[in-house]
Structure formats: C-alpha cells, structure tokens
Design a protein around this ligand. Structure first.
Ligand code: ASP
Length: 471
C-alpha cells in the first residue's frame, strides 16, 4: 500500500503523499477546513482549501488523504506535535469509513471517565495517546526481557493453560471436561510445577511471559482473574544467582527504556523480613527517599521469610483444612538448610529460601530456591495438613523428583505491576489491553455469560439457581 506514516510527513516537504488515519478534530475558518489526522505515529494538520470536506466528514472517520506537504509559516508552527512545522494541502479525500460519535472524549487522559464505559468500548479507549503509549511501552518491555534472557541462554517455553491445580494461595478457576464428565481442569495460578518439571527435564534455564489465573478479590494493584508474569527458573543456582540476574535485568531495562528514572539505591538493598516488619510494619516497604518524585524507583529484596505462617480460620489456603501452618510463599519453597532440624521441633522458626522483590511499596515479584528432596517435600505437605488425597494430587512431582532432580530455583516478577509503577499509573488496568473490572466483567465481550442448555448437557452440569453466591 502506498502509505506515508504521519510522523514521516515532516521530512517530505514539497512531495505529494498519501496518508491514512482518523479525524482527530475538524475546524472551519471561513471557507477553509482544517483537519487533524491521526495514525499510530502521530498527528498532522491537513488543510482543505475548498471547505467541502467539512460537509462530509466527522470525528473518528477513517480517511485516505492525498496532499502536498508544505512548510508552515513561522508563526503558524505548532511545537506540540511532531509534524508541527508542516501541513498537508489536501488534493483528494476519500472517506474509508464513517464513525458514530465516540461515547467519550479520546483526546484527554481519560482518568475521569466511567470505567465501565471505558472497558465496554476498550477499542476506542485504547486510541487515546496515553493508552497507546502504554501498549507500546509494554511491548518494548517484554521484547527487552526476551532478548536479555535469550542472550543469557534461557529457553522460552509455553506451559499448559488447561491443567491441574497449581496452588499459589488463591482460589482456582475450574473448567469442566466434556470428555471426562464430572472432572475439571484448573487454570494455572502460575506455571510453578511445570517450570520445576522443566528443570527435571534438563532445560536448565527457562522463562515464559506467562498468563496466570487467580480467582481472588481485586484491588487497585491486583487484577481480577488474570495477570502476566515473567516466570523463570534455573538449575544449579543459589539464591544469590537469582537475585543478581533479576537485579541486572531490571536495572538495565530501566536504564535503556526509562532513562528519565533513577534508582534510589544501587545495588538494591537486601532486607530481612523480621526487621522490615519491625521497622515499617509491612513486608513491602516504600523506600523512596522522596515520595513526590515521580521518577524515583526504590527496588529492594526482602529475604529470610519464615517458611510457614500460622493459619487463621480466615486464611484461604487451598485444601489444607484445619492445619496449623500455611506456606508463607508456596509449598515448593525450600527451607534454609540450617533450619531443617526445626521442621520437626518448631516449624514456625524455620526460615525459607524465599525472595520477594519490592518496588515503591509494591510487591513486584517473588520466588525461591525449591525443595528438591522428595522427603522434605512430603514433610512440608504434612505440616500444611495435606491428607492422602491432597498429597496424591502432587504425586507427579514427587515421582519426577525420584529421577535425578537438579537443585533449582527461580522467580516470577509481575509484568503488569511493574509497568504500573514504571508508567506512574494508578491502576493495573491502565497497562492492560483488555482488563477485567472488579465485578469480574471482561472488556468489550462482557464475559462471563450463560452457557446454553446444550453445552451444559454435554458437560453433565446442572446449574443451581440459588441466588446466594458460595462463600
Ligand atoms: N510461582 C510463584 C508465584 O507466582 C513464583 C515463583 O516461586 O517463582 O508467585
């Protein structure tokens, strides 16, 4: 297609070009009509000397415009747009598609617009420059991560979405099986078990930009339903190796992609869980020196977590029933080797080889060195109160560990949360293309929806119409 991107028109003074884009605004001055045309690359002013265009064109119409690029007179230069030194004198206009009036303005930052409306018309909301920029940066961040890890010998692997429970302390989403009526898949809360099995398989260094599914109550920094994490795992490593790799990854990422930002501390501070709790009353302290500074990034490691927490009745922990202990991180985290004896004597005193990554008061990642001794794994299952059936759910892992398992560990930084902080956005939904509202309603397609009687019959499922949601 013969098409000039709008940002490139600025270098084509004296040439006749064809541009395509949306009508961002249209104004009339006497006989002349001025159109601001927009594509992904920017905005340009096009002038219709006949004024005819004004009659047939509206905002957000898609146009093909053929015109001559002319320099603007000095006093007409608009420094606010990349093409502000030129304008296009229109020779021909074709309306490619018309547009209804947008339900909300697209040339503002959009924060004040009702969110239900924004996600219902997400394809329009994403047209606003702020959202487009967020999508572009998100793509740059994931590309950077991929290249960085590939250069260091990591293999990118996709793991299943239809799977069995992978407990990370939240409720599972379950999917009924048609072929085995009465049985259910669970969507992965993370690829945790698969990545550990990849270490048994000998991949040594794995990563994935992974989608994770957790049915837990949303907050501004926790998306409902699904989110994305950089999941990685390595064999023959110590905690130190994981911390160093992660620190180098995000330090260089910030330097390359966010040069306006500065790190509060380099190297990142490493703090002990108990000390942090004592000093800040939280295990994700905001360590910025100046909280007004939009460009300060205070990364820190939190280490020396207890392996278990005492389980209260309120705690939701998958399947552990009335057990006294719940894992602080997850049930695959290794105890500190110096504390193994305490597993029998005083489990709450056992330290885990867990590492949490915090940034400006948010937990942006967590990981650990894993248990690779099946006996210790069984011991942990017992302490968290797993009965025989629950243990059987993880039999595959214990079996795999009987076939020569390298010591391994990893981490999973949350991509959405990291971007939210890097882009100074107030909510995760601002950095996701199609977020879900806190009611559970999805963007544009408005899921969840009812299944047809035929679908339910095929699955052998009967829906009870009782109004009370299960607790
Ligand atoms: N699977 C863990 C999580 O999602 C991260 C990890 O231990 O690597 O929090």
């Amino acid at each position: 297609m013969n098409r000039t991107a709008i940002k490139d028109t600025v270098n084509k003074v004296g040439e006749t070009v064809t541009v395509y884009g949306w009508v961002n605004a249209i104004r009339k001055h006497g006989k002349i009509a001025f159109l601001d045309l927009r594509d992904r690359s920017g905005l340009v002013q096009a002038v219709d000397l006949t004024g005819e265009a004004f009659k047939k064109i509206g905002n957000e119409y898609v146009l093909k415009v053929v015109g001559l690029i002319k320099s603007r007179p000095e006093k007409m230069i608009n420094p606010k747009i990349v093409t502000g030194t030129i304008e296009i004198e229109i020779k021909d206009i074709e309306v490619i598609s018309t547009s209804l009036e947008s339900p909300f303005p697209l040339d503002t930052d959009g924060y004040d617009i009702n969110e239900e409306s924004r996600i219902k018309y997400r394809y329009l909301d994403l047209r606003r420059p702020r959202m487009l920029k967020n999508m572009l940066i998100r793509s740059e961040v994931t590309s950077f991560i991929r290249n960085f890890l590939k250069d260091r010998g990591f293999i990118e692997v996709e793991t299943p979405i239809l799977t069995k429970t992978t407990p990370e302390g939240a409720r599972d989403f379950i999917v009924p099986s048609r072929l085995q009526p009465g049985k259910f898949y669970a969507l992965p809360q993370s690829p945790q078990q698969y990545k550990q099995l990849l270490m048994v398989a000998g991949l040594e260094k794995y990563f994935q930009i992974a989608r994770c599914f957790r049915d837990e109550d949303p907050r501004h920094d926790r998306a409902y339903g699904e989110f994305t994490q950089l999941d990685l795992e390595m064999s023959y490593v110590e905690q130190e190796d994981i911390l160093n790799l992660t620190e180098e990854l995000f330090t260089t990422l910030v330097e390359k992609l966010f040069p306006e930002k500065h790190l509060a501390q380099k190297p990142w501070p490493r703090l002990k869980y108990h000390e942090v709790i004592k000093k800040y009353g939280s295990d994700k302290p905001d360590l910025r020196k100046n909280k007004e500074d939009k460009n300060e990034l205070a990364f820190a490691w939190i280490l020396n977590f207890p392996l278990f927490t005492e389980q209260s009745e309120k705690d939701y922990f998958h399947g552990s029933g009335k057990a006294k202990f719940a894992p602080s991180h997850h049930m695959f985290t290794a105890p500190n080797p110096d504390d193994i004896a305490l597993l029998d004597k005083d489990p709450l005193k056992v330290r885990g080889l867990q590492h949490d990554l915090v940034l400006n008061g948010y937990e942006v990642g967590g990981g650990s060195i894993r248990i690779h001794d099946p006996k210790i794994q069984e011991k942990v299952f017992e302490l968290i109160g797993f009965n025989k059936e629950q243990k059987a759910q993880f039999e595959h892992l214990l079996t795999a560990f009987k076939y020569g398992v390298p010591p391994h560990g990893g981490i999973a930084p949350g991509i959405d949360r990291l971007l939210m902080v890097l882009l100074n956005e107030p909510s995760l939904r601002e950095v996701m293309a199609y977020p879900t509202l806190s009611s559970g309603q999805t963007s544009v397609l408005n899921a969840p929806s009812e299944a047809t009687p035929e679908q339910l019959a095929e699955l052998h499922i009967q829906v009870s119409r009782s109004k009370k949601p299960a607790k």
